[in-house]
Design a protein around this ligand. Structure first.
Ligand SMILES: Nc1nc2c(c(=O)[nH]1)N[C@H]1C(S)=C(S)[C@@H](COP(=O)(O)OP(=O)(O)OC[C@H]3O[C@@H](n4cnc5c(=O)[nH]c(N)nc54)[C@H](O)[C@@H]3O)O[C@H]1N2
Ligand SMILES: Nc1nc2c(c(=O)[nH]1)N[C@H]1C(S)=C(S)[C@@H](COP(=O)(O)OP(=O)(O)OC[C@H]3O[C@@H](n4cnc5c(=O)[nH]c(N)nc54)[C@H](O)[C@@H]3O)O[C@H]1N2
Ligand code: SF4
Ligand SMILES: [Mo]
Length: 741
């Protein structure tokens, strides 16, 4: 048994193992959460896990060339390389880049925060700023907690409004739900309604009762106009939320200008449709509004993310069954009593070059290249990079510039199973073992799941000789980066345990108040440091045994005895407990949002002059790193440019015509695929392609490299509040390749 790490759905798999090889994967029918569901990607778990191109030993650069090395040699090189930069330029000269798979591994959940604290660098860049940072910012501002993200109650809602999400391909995001497609079908089957807002008629849109093909990048206007209608038509009914709300009159004023008639042209959606969307939402017995990539990686991403929650709140659907609720994971802290908190601050510091405000302690990934290649009087540029599970050369804007910037570094270390477009620049590559050889627990996704549950599995296959667990790799990296090179990696876990338990015993509301932290530490079970930390978090958590205070509660031992997991029930109302705003209420119109509204008002008058580009995902893909698995490539999983038939006719394009696409950051040439699934004026290219750079070791991916869509971006287009890159609704020019642009 093992939980699939290949997307956010977290399905339980039953693996067939021959020797030490995974030869098959089925859905685990006894899994408490996924109940046997499996998608084609999960079915290829064995092929992805056993990919012969995965690195087996660390690589160290010598005379410019990467050669295999021992772990000791590799960590010696890391310690020396990082120390030289920190000593000479200070900690901010070390950039830490954290990529998407960190949310899928235990190592990624347990060590990066320790690394950042110990290193003390402000040069922190993650995939969040090409993804969901707008949601963190809107949650931070509304609820005082950037991680308090409400999740649509898919199993119980009567009306689901999906904005810029295509769960039939992505299997869901910021909404962990095995068999998302089945849940949408079940919603329809029980008489509920599904509305999809997406410039493309996606597989998800095809399932919907209503599909609104909005103009890319204009959802915030559409949602503001829906909010306007709720006020205008007296459909606002927050119900039990009312005592927890602050600023409702100010909100009504703020959306005063955003009439459906005013928004209609910019969104290219009839005013009547906008009114109908608002009325349907208000009329549904329960409803949930949910926005994802298409609502985040756009010019008004934070405003759109905020409005998603505003609509849930004004219709009384936040925090009620059938609406959008706050999950409570087994490793969350035991909830404290409600009351005012410290609130959420933005822009506590700024990036050095373009003065971007930090959000959640991070700077925009779009600014990584300039933070490396541009000197300013304020301080040294980034001279060393620690990249963990990140491939920003493909996933962030302007990979060509980033390529050059990474190449100019004094030192770079990548923790990555592949030698790819990004890790090829590293001086040291530290390869984690494949998933079958790793323990698994979903720290991140359980806080976003449509049902509370907890699962843990130990490695399905023992570590191959010469391999090192990724948790140990990251613990050693923490030591090497902070002047403790050579110490026992277990000291990292011991330090975290000591500090966590030290705080827990002082917490008057926690389960271990006034106990002896040494005694508690001694009571932890688990065969490894990460297991002891999991045991500690489970026992201190809301369902935990409280180290004896709640004898029926969960501990690692109890969880190990339940290999298919423990169900903890449906999502339940939790307000006001999750609120951590200074007022102790939901702050409906926070100042940074109000200050950004004039920019949205200006957008009422904007119309794109030419084509705009949006992305798309394919079911058998995963961002930039799964094109090396033959079973998962080919067919419709190709890097083609979707063009509407009328646009194609106008430009003289047919299926397969090479099209030059030009954007602010550069140009790429991709074959056209003519399809009326995109709206007129919109073209779509998937991301994560462009595997034609030299010096990589991904042999299958290189056969059909595709092009890097992010080369069309120059990194200057951002959602200003969250620093998130605009990846959708990007202006581009098109021409048949032979005609030139
Ligand atoms: N144009 C456009 N660009 C996009 C997007 C888009 O929709 N359109 N989507 C954005 C989004 S949502 C995201 S999240 C980012 C993702 O971008 P990244 O965060 O760069 O993630 P990936 O492309 O998935 O690359 C992950 C890296 O981790 C490595 N890896 C895989 N498994 C493991 C593991 O277990 N441990 C370690 N240490 N490494 C591992 C892979 O080899 C790869 O190098 O891309 C963003 N870029
Ligand atoms: N198979 C597969 N699954 C994945 C991934 C993958 O690469 N492949 N990546 C994983 C990751 S990292 C993430 S973050 C999630 C993302 O999960 P989703 O957000 O569900 O992913 P997408 O399929 O990119 O869906 C985004 C949709 O937004 C639409 N869109 C683009 N611009 C706009 C706009 O301006 N307005 C509106 N309303 N819609 C717009 C696009 O047409 C697209 O259909 O998927 C995860 N799951
Ligand atoms: S839906 Fe996601 S978690 Fe489930 S099997 Fe497919 S890739 Fe794995
Ligand atoms: Mo993502």
């Amino acid at each position: 048994m093992r939980v699939c790490p290949l997307c956010e759905a977290t399905c339980g798999l039953t693996l067939t193992i021959e020797g030490t090889r995974v030869t098959g994967a089925r859905g685990d029918r006894d899994d408490v959460f996924s109940k046997g569901f499996l998608c084609p990607k999960g079915a290829s778990f064995g092929a992805a896990d056993g990919d012969p191109d995965r690195l087996r030993a660390p690589l160290v650069r010598e005379d410019g060339v990467l050669r295999e090395a021992t772990w000791d040699e590799a960590f010696d090189a890391v310690a020396a390389g990082l120390r030289a930069v920190v000593d000479r330029y200070g900690p901010n000269a070390v950039g830490v880049v954290l990529g998407n798979p960190n949310v899928h591994t235990m190592a990624g959940a347990l060590y990066p925060t320790v690394l950042l604290t110990a290193l003390g660098t402000r040069s922190v860049f993650t995939a969040s700023t090409v993804d969901q940072m707008p949601k963190h910012v809107s949650s931070g501002l509304l609820y005082g907690d950037a991680n308090a993200i409400p999740v649509p109650d898919l199993d119980h809602t009567d009306h689901l409004l999906l904005i810029g999400a295509n769960p039939l391909e992505s299997n869901g995001s910021l909404c962990t739900a095995p068999d998302f497609p089945g849940k949408l079908k079940a919603l329809r089957a029980r008489g509920g309604t599904l509305t999809v807002i997406d410039p493309r008629r996606t597989r998800t849109a095809k399932l919907a009762d209503r599909h609104v093909a909005v103009r890319p990048g204009t959802d915030a206007l559409l949602l503001a106009a829906m909010t306007h209608v709720l006020f205008e038509e007296k459909l606002v009914d927050p119900g039990e939320l009312t005592p927890h709300l602050q600023g409702i009159e100010e909100l009504a004023d703020a959306v005063g200008d955003f009439t459906p008639e005013a928004a209609s042209e910019a969104c290219d959606v009839p005013a009547d449709t906008i009114r109908a969307l608002a009325r349907e939402l208000a009329a549904a017995p329960t409803a949930a509004v949910y926005g994802r990539i298409g609502s985040c990686t756009v010019p008004h991403g934070t405003l759109a993310s905020w409005l998603v929650d505003v609509l849930n709140i004004l219709t009384g659907n936040l925090d009620r069954p059938g609406g959008a609720l706050f999950p409570l994971a087994a490793t969350d802290r035991t909830p404290r009593p409600a009351g005012p908190g410290r609130g959420f601050a933005l822009g506590r510091w700024h990036s050095r070059v373009s003065r971007h405000p930090e959000a959640k302690g991070e700077l925009p990934l779009s600014a990584l290249a300039e933070e490396i290649d541009t000197a300013t009087p304020e301080g040294a540029p980034v001279r060393a990079v620690i990249a963990v599970a990140a491939n920003p050369v493909l996933s962030a804007p302007d990979g060509d510039r980033l390529d050059k910037a990474l190449d100019s570094l004094d030192f770079m270390v990548s923790v990555d199973p592949y030698l790819n477009e990004t890790s090829r620049h590293a001086h040291v590559v530290l390869p984690p073992p494949p998933p079958s050889q790793s323990a698994h627990h979903d720290f991140a996704f359980n806080t976003l799941a449509v049902r509370n549950q907890v699962r843990y599995n130990r490695p399905a296959v023992p570590l191959e000789p010469g391999r090192m667990a990724e948790t140990e790799i990251l613990a050693r990296l923490v030591l090497a980066a902070t002047g403790m090179h050579g110490a026992d990696p277990a000291t990292v876990d011991a330090m975290v345990v000591d500090s966590t338990l030290g705080k827990a015993v002082e917490d008057a509301h926690g389960p271990v108040h006034r106990r002896d932290p040494r005694e508690l530490a001694a009571a932890l079970t688990g065969g490894t440091g990460p297991e002891r930390r999991l045991d500690m978090m489970l026992r201190l958590g809301p369902y935990g045994d409280g180290f004896g205070a709640r004898p029926e509660g969960i501990s690692l031992d109890r969880l190990l005895a339940r290999p298919h997991g423990i169900d903890l029930g449906p999502l339940r109302p939790r307000l006001p407990q999750p609120l951590k705003t200074r007022s102790g209420r939901i702050e409906l119109l926070p100042a940074p949002i109000a200050d950004d509204l004039p920019r949205l008002r200006d957008a009422l008058r904007e119309r794109p002059a030419g084509f705009v580009l949006v992305g798309r995902r394919h079911l058998r893909s995963n961002n930039s790193w799964m094109h090396n698995v033959p079973a998962l490539t080919g067919g419709s999983n190709r890097c083609t440019l979707h063009v509407h038939p009328e646009d194609a006719a106008r430009l003289g394009l047919a299926d397969g015509t090479a099209v030059r696409v030009r954007g602010a950051g550069g140009e790429v040439t991709a074959p056209a695929e003519v399809t009326d699934a995109v709206r007129r004026g919109v073209v779509s290219l998937p991301h994560g392609w462009g595997h034609d750079r030299p010096g990589t070791r991904m042999s299958h991916a290189a056969l059909d490299p595709g092009v890097n869509v992010n080369q069309l971006l120059d990194g200057s287009l951002l959602d200003p509040l969250s620093g998130t890159a605009v990846l959708n609704g990007v202006p581009v020019e098109l021409a048949p390749a032979e005609a030139g642009l």
